[in-house]
Design a protein around this ligand. Structure first.
Ligand SMILES: Nc1ncnc2c1ncn2[C@@H]1O[C@H](COP(=O)(O)OP(=O)(O)OP(=O)(O)O)[C@@H](O)[C@H]1O
Length: 356
């Protein structure tokens, strides 16, 4: 279910997940731009969702509204990309979820437990990376984890050594375990922070901008780590202001803008909504367009020296063969598959990575 939100009005109606109507910018359920009846947000339920947020709001002293009536449901087992430009309210939301900052209004559940009352019981099952834990520069990565684990009242000291060893192995730091933290690269530091979040078996992992400051190799490593953690059944909630960096690892995404959720849905559905297009460079656009239409392709368009169409499920090689068979001179043929960023621009009518 893809939801696009365009209103700025409070919502009180809520629908169970099974009752929701798919709403996209192109679909029949689209909320009119400029405000009007908006789609109701997913309420979510504890059994199916690792995180359920209702009306969460944070107004800082001085009047700044960082998060504005946020409704969100994160399915269990998903890798949920919590996306939005700098300053759109992601970190504030995560800090509220973890009880690090008190909301002005709203309520939320983690792993089926109402917060903040249940925070003591739930936090041991939740691993979190928020603004990186403070590690001692003169201690090794391993020694830092020992200190970190010892400070956790829920952690069993008898199993500390094996849990630390496992966490270091999971993030690929076994070989560098005895190296001092200050000699770690940024990527290694980020991995150690994730290891700290993985010191116990976690049902939910919350990562705030885990790829921040990482080079492409470090980003790839975080991505594979997230995939590995998720493959064990852990729900991962990961924030980023760079859609392109995390879209490959997410099963679901939600996009924040200025404290509001503007679009959300399963990645597969979002992608399914935007079709790949085939573009033929040719001196005879009309003939090429006729061949494309003859193949049953839709949205056929012509330009000065090109013709294009929505590709649908047709393999591109069928297009090539039909053009050749039709005697069309082809100078070039390209298939454009939209990125998730293209999809969001299509859904929200706005660019993605803008200042909040
Ligand atoms: N303690 C605070 N006091 C006042 N305003 C704050 C405070 N913390 C955050 N804000 C403001 O709230 C808004 C949302 O900030 P937040 O850090 O949640 O955004 P973000 O989406 O996580 O951004 P980034 O990607 O840069 O981390 C911003 O305008 C920010 O300046």
């Amino acid at each position: 279910m893809v939801t696009v939100r365009t209103d700025q009005t409070p919502r009180t109606d809520r629908t169970a997940p099974g009752e929701e109507t798919a709403r996209t910018a192109r679909g029949e359920g689209t909320a009119p731009a400029g405000g009007g009846a908006a789609p109701s947000p997913p309420a979510g339920n504890s059994a199916d969702h690792a995180i359920v947020i209702r009306g969460l709001t944070k107004r800082f002293r001085g009047g700044q509204v960082a998060v504005d009536r946020l409704d969100l449901a994160v399915p269990r087992g998903s890798v949920f990309g919590f996306l939005g430009p700098n300053g759109s309210g992601k970190t504030t939301t995560i800090r509220m979820l973890l009880g690090l900052v008190a909301p002005t209004a709203g309520d939320w559940e983690l792993l089926g437990t109402p917060m903040p009352g249940g925070i003591g019981a739930v936090l041991p099952r939740v691993g979190a990376l928020v603004e990186g834990p403070a590690f001692y520069p003169y201690l090794s990565g391993e020694a830092n984890l020992r200190r970190y684990d010892a400070a956790d009242p829920a952690a069993d000291p008898r199993t500390a050594a094996s849990r630390i060893g496992l966490a270091l192995e999971r993030v690929g730091l076994t070989a560098a375990a005895r190296k001092r933290y200050r000699a770690y690269s940024l990527g290694m530091r980020q991995r150690l922070a994730i290891a700290a979040a993985l010191l116990g078996p976690r049902e939910l992992l919350i990562l705030d901008e885990p790829t921040n400051g990482l080079d492409p190799q470090g980003t790839r490593e975080v991505r594979s780590l997230v995939a590995e953690v998720a493959s064990g059944g852990t729900t991962v909630f990961v924030s980023s202001h760079l859609l392109a960096e995390i879209e490959q690892m997410c099963t679901h995404v939600g996009v924040m803008r200025a404290g509001r959720l503007v679009a959300e849905g399963p990645v597969a559905e979002l992608r399914a909504g935007e079709e790949a297009r085939v573009r033929v460079e040719t001196p005879d656009p009309a003939a090429a367009a006729a061949v494309l239409a003859g193949l049953g392709l839709t949205e056929v368009r012509t330009g000065a020296a090109e013709a294009g169409a929505a590709l649908g499920a047709l393999p591109p090689e069928r297009v090539t063969a039909a053009l050749v068979a039709g005697g069309v001179a082809v100078r070039g043929l390209a298939v454009h598959r939209p990125s998730l960023e293209d999809v969001f621009v299509g859904l929200t009518g706005e660019g993605f990575d803008v200042d909040g």
